[in-house]
Design a binder for this molecule. Structure first.
Ligand code: SF4
Ligand code: SF4
Length: 171
């Protein structure tokens, strides 16, 4: 206990005040700089080899083998019964997905693929968890967005001064 109280009192010395002042000075310096954030919603990530975004699902290709659900390390894929369909089909919880791409790799009929889209806005948490039909419809939208021409493309660059930031890629 005594050791703990000694170390706390040491931390409350002039060094702490200096640290606070440095932090405030850094924040004020930052105010004079251009923003680091880019309009991600209007932009498309520049695809680099191996890039893995959200997973898209082609319902018509699926054979219901459930390999994707078995291999998914974060339980983002679960199998569902769909009314009027004899086979079970996968659904996708994008909130759980870690974008490892294993499901797309293992699918024997290319019913799953990785997209270049990663950052999305969702209405609420439940809407991130899609049944097979919802996933298929959502996937068509993702694929359409992916192919949309004229959207600004971004790539992440390491700035030694400011850390990671996005910059536009000229077409
Ligand atoms: S990318 Fe990985 S975490 Fe996401 S659904 Fe596929 S297997 Fe699961
Ligand atoms: S691995 Fe492919 S074919 Fe098998 S259930 Fe998943 S999406 Fe369908």
């Amino acid at each position: 206990m005594e050791w703990g109280s000694r170390s706390v009192s040491r931390r409350r010395g002039p060094g702490v005040v200096r640290g606070h002042l440095q932090a405030i000075a850094a924040a004020l310096r930052q105010l004079a700089r251009p923003p680091m954030a880019m309009p991600l919603l209007e932009a498309e990530d520049a695809r680099v080899p191996g890039y893995r975004g959200v997973i898209v699902f082609h319902y018509d290709r699926c054979i219901g083998c459930s390999l994707c659900a078995q291999i998914c390390p974060s339980r983002a894929i679960k199998m569902y019964r769909v009314p009027g369909d004899k086979r079970i089909r996968p659904g996708y919880d994008v909130g759980r997905c870690i974008f490892c791409g294993l499901c797309a790799d293992i699918c024997p009929v290319d019913a799953l693929e990785t997209s270049i889209i990663h950052d999305r806005v969702y209405e609420d948490v439940p809407s991130m968890n899609m049944d097979p039909v919802e996933w298929a419809v959502w996937s068509k939208r993702i694929l359409r967005e992916e192919r949309e021409p004229g959207r600004p493309r971004l790539r992440a660059v390491v700035d030694p001064d400011r850390g990671l930031r996005y910059e536009r890629v000229e077409a």
